[in-house]
Every structure is written in C-alpha cells, then in structure tokens.
Design a binder for this molecule. Structure first.
Ligand SMILES: C[S@@+](CC[C@H](N)C(=O)[O-])C[C@H]1O[C@@H](n2cnc3c(N)ncnc32)[C@H](O)[C@@H]1O
Length: 263
C-alpha cells in the first residue's frame, strides 16, 4: 500500500485530505485511491482494518464469486474502501455507500467516490444519506427502495451501541425488502468484523439473531494468505492475536450454514 502525505493538510478544512493511500489488493483489479484524515473524534475519517481485510477477501476467488453482479448497499461506509472494493475488485454490479450527513458533507467519502468514478468511468457507484437507528425514516425508505441483494457492514459492530442501531436498521431494511417483488426477501447481510474483545462475536450473533437473522457463512479472514501477510506489517500487528471475520447473515430460515478457513 502506498501512502502520500498531503502538504496542505488542515483538519479544519475537511475537504482537504491529510493523506492519500492507494490500496492494491494483489489481483488484476485496478488499485483504489482513498483520501483520508488523521483527525480524531469522528470514526468516518479513515479506513478501518475491517475494510482492508474485506478488500483482500473480495480479491479472492471465493469473494469474487459472492460479489459478482450483486447490488450492494453499505451502511456506515466511512471513507468508502469496503464498498468501492465490492465494485472494483469483486465485480459487483451496483454499489451505494451510505453515511451520516456530517460524513457526507465533511468527510472524504464523496471525493473518494468521485476519484473512483473518474478513474474508471464507473457509473454504478453512488452515495446516500442514511442515519441508522430509529429516526431517519426518509433515509430508511430510500435505502429500502434500492432493493439490494446485499447490505454490507464493514467494522461497524465494534460496540454495543453500534450493534444495536445497525441490527435495528437491518431489520427495517430487509423485512421491507421481503415484501418487494425484485429481491423476494433474499437480501443478505455481509459483516466484516474485527474480534477486538472477548465475546464480541457472540454479541454480533445475538444482535443479529434478535433482529431475525441467522448466520449462513463464517470465514476466517485472518487465515487468508493475503491477510496473514498484512498482519506482519507494523500498522496491523496489533491484530496478530485477534481474528478478523467475514460473516454472512440471512433472514432466519433461509440458507444453509457454511464455515470457511483458508488454513
Ligand atoms: C468504525 S467506522 C467504519 C468505517 C468503514 N465502514 C470502514 O470499515 O472503514 C464506523 C462508521 O459508522 C458510521 N456511523 C456511526 N453512527 C452511524 C449511524 N447512526 N448511522 C450511519 N452510520 C453511522 C461512522 O460515521 C463511521 O464511518
């Protein structure tokens, strides 16, 4: 991964990135350029590790097979790497990256989408405002109308509060989808999850189960060769003792459980 510091860095001016990083996932896909800020306090400023590991999964044969041709909505997309990798690396048909309004107005998601579209004449990549939780009825209705195959959640199940609002949003989006003719309720949830504290996987499972979902796929991303190589880099070595998971969930009663390890 190549990083470039920006000389005009200024955390007051959010339209300017503090650094730009180019993510090359090691397959034949074009690298993805992501502008980021160092500013602490908001979580939408930079790429989280779940997105990097997920991007490597998209570059694997199995990841591409899952993503190819899919219509995808990402929740809490941050600076956009996970969702953009679905399109550029995984071969998804259409991706919508959603975020809270402040991330759309002050963060780097909108510029990163413009870069991706400009570089590759991609037209099936867009952003939308969607605040998870109870109140954003308009955002939830617009998201429901996208009739997506997949709702992607990269590194957003990192605490109880986020687990709670995300699973409520998933229930609203996907139970509505069940009534639409195009998706027939087959929308699945993809979660890239870093197991940062004991019991976090059980918490994700419990939040999703309460919202009416069962796990249909569990992939140990830490065992994927490309991800093992990532863990030798100083930036990620703090994750050496934890697992990074890819989970797929479907509405309870749909799909058979699959468990994958690359060891
Ligand atoms: C840990 S970051 C992960 C960012 C990105 N998905 C990644 O993997 O790099 C969590 C993201 O959730 C977003 N978020 C927090 N609360 C939210 C809410 N109520 N609705 C939508 N997104 C939210 C934040 O703005 C932030 O971008």
């Amino acid at each position: 991964m190549k990083s470039v510091e920006c000389s005009n860095a200024n955390v007051e001016e959010w339209e300017n990135p503090d650094f730009i990083r180019i993510y090359d996932f090691g397959d034949s896909s074009p690298p993805i350029t992501i502008r980021q800020n160092k500013c602490e306090g908001d979580t939408f400023t930079h790429v989280w590790p779940g997105a990097v590991f997920f991007g490597h999964y998209m570059a694997s044969k199995e990841g591409k097979a899952l993503a190819r041709g899919k219509t995808i909505l990402e929740l809490g997309a941050g600076v956009g790497l996970a969702g953009i990798s679905c399109l550029v690396v995984g071969g998804a048909a259409k991706v919508t990256l959603s975020e809270v309004p402040s991330a759309l107005s002050r963060g780097q998601l909108v510029p990163n989408v413009a870069i991706a579209r400009g570089n590759r004449r991609i037209h099936d990549l867009q952003t939308m405002s969607l605040t998870m939780g109870e109140h954003d009825t308009i955002g939830h209705a617009k998201a429901r109308d996208l009739n997506v195959d997949v709702v992607l959640c990269s590194d957003i199940f990192f605490c109880k509060f986020m687990q709670n609002i995300t699973s409520k949003t998933l229930r609203r989006l996907i139970s509505w989808n069940a009534e639409s003719s195009s998706s027939q309720g087959r929308t699945v949830v993809w979660i890239s999850h870093v197991d940062r504290y004991p019991g976090s996987v059980a918490e994700v499972d419990s939040a999703l189960s309460s919202a009416g979902f069962s796990r249909t796929r569990k992939v140990d991303l830490s065992s994927l060769e490309r991800c093992r190589a990532l863990l030798t880099q100083p930036e990620y070595d703090y994750l050496l003792d934890v697992k990074i998971w890819f989970f797929e969930y479907a509405r309870t009663g749909e799909g058979k459980a699959v468990e994958v390890s690359f060891e």
